[in-house]
Design a binder for this molecule. Structure first.
Ligand code: SF4
Length: 155
């Protein structure tokens, strides 16, 4: 489990098991793609999750950051603050490219990950960032999500 009092950053920490990461290392693992901030639909029978191109209203679409980071759980009660305890039960909807999912499954980070390249350029060129490809939920009727299902993000 992540130790919130431990802020150590070790060389190539992303090669270590998730459970051994310090709080700061855990935070740094996020690639900042914001794919997890997209609205999802789940089939009631198959439970399969589909992503839409509709993003949370609090997402800064250019920077892929949350505009309400400190109060997000109050403003969006189902916004998940990912940790080692809730990660396993969220795997069915977490994007397949997500660093937390990959490392939980003992897979390596992709070669475009900012921790490996030192910047976000390769990630953006690869189409991983959602910037420029999405709509805010403020501009979409809540019953109209099905019209915006996408295939470029999968769980
Ligand atoms: S999908 Fe994963 S890597 Fe991408 S922003 Fe969300 S938590 Fe970070």
């Amino acid at each position: 489990m992540t130790d919130s009092s431990n802020t150590e950053i070790r060389d190539q920490f992303w090669l270590r098991p998730l459970a051994e990461l310090s709080r700061q290392e855990w935070e740094m693992l996020c690639d900042g793609c914001a794919r997890c901030c997209l609205k999802k639909l789940q089939d009631v029978d198959s439970l399969k999750v589909q992503f839409t191109r509709v993003a949370c209203r609090y997402l800064n679409q250019n920077q892929c950051t949350c505009k309400a980071y400190k109060t997000r759980q109050f403003k969006v009660p189902d916004c998940l603050v990912l940790d080692m305890e809730n990660l396993p039960s969220a795997l069915h909807w977490i994007p397949e490219t997500c660093a937390y999912k990959l490392r939980f499954l003992d897979r390596p980070l992709p070669d475009w990950h900012p921790l490996l390249t030192g910047n976000r350029t390769a990630m953006i060129e690869k189409g991983i960032s959602i910037t420029g490809r999405i709509l805010s939920e403020d501009n979409v009727h809540e019953n109209g999500l099905e019209e915006h299902v996408i295939r470029w993000v999968k769980a």
